[in-house]
Design a protein around this ligand. Sequence first.
Ligand code: IPE
Ligand code: IPE
Ligand code: MG
Length: 224
Amino acid sequence: MPTTLDHKPHVAIIMDGNGRWAEARGLPRPAGHPVGADTVRTIVQTAIEEGVGALTLYAFSTYNWQRPEAEVAGLMSLLRQFLLIEAPKLHRAGVRITVLGRRDRLPLGLVKAIGAAERRTAGGKTLHLRVAIDYSARDAIIAAAADRPDAGTLVARLGTEDVDFLIRTGGDQRLSDFLLWECAYAELSFTQTRWPDYTAADFRAALADFRRRNRSFGGVTEAA
Ligand code: IPE
Ligand code: IPE
Ligand code: MG
C-alpha cells in the first residue's frame, strides 16, 4: 500500500467525452478525438511537472470495436501517429511508455509503433506512461490469473502498482471495465468536463484535491 509521503502516485484517467464535445460544436463525433490527443500531450507534460509516478490512460476499450468502422480506423491511425511523433519527445523527457491490452486485433502499423515506442523509451525513469488499447480489465485479470498465481505474481503480470487516483472526464460515473483489480483502493474523481476541454489547471486542481484526501485503507486515520 502506498503510505509513504514520497510515494509518487499512480494516476489513471478514463478520457471520455470526445464525441459529445464534437457534437456540441455541430461536428461529426470523431472530430473530437484529435483534439483529445492534444489534451493527452498537455496532461502528460503536467503529470511530469506534478511528480506523478505512473499515468495510465484509457484510449480504446475492447467494447469500442462496436463503433462505426470509420471512427475505429481514425482512432487506430491517431494512436499510431501519436506514438510515432511523441515517443522521441517523451524519450528525451525520460518517460517510459508501455501499452496494455490485446495486440492481436490491432492494425500492424500500430503494433509496430507500439513496439518501437516501448523499446525506445524502456530506460525512462521520470514518468511511466501506460496507454490502454483494446483493453478490458476482466480479460486482463482472467489472462493473468489462469494458473492461480499468488497475489504478487498476479500484480506483476498486470504490470503495475495499485492505482492511487482515478479520474473520469465527460460526466459519467462508471469504470467501464478499466483497471478493476488495480483500483481496489483508488480515490475517485469525476468531472463533467469533456476530455478535449480538460486543461492542465483542471488536472492540477484534481491532484491537489487527491493530496488532501485521507486514505485509511480500512484502518483508522487521525482527523486532519
Ligand atoms: C472517449 O470519448 C474516447 C474513446 C472512447 C475512444 P468518446 O468517443 O467516448 O466520447 P463520448 O463519450 O461519446 O462523448
Ligand atoms: C471508456 O469510454 C473507454 C475509453 C475512454 C477508451 P466509453 O465511452 O467507451 O465508455 P462507456 O461505453 O460510455 O461506458
Ligand atoms: Mg464515451
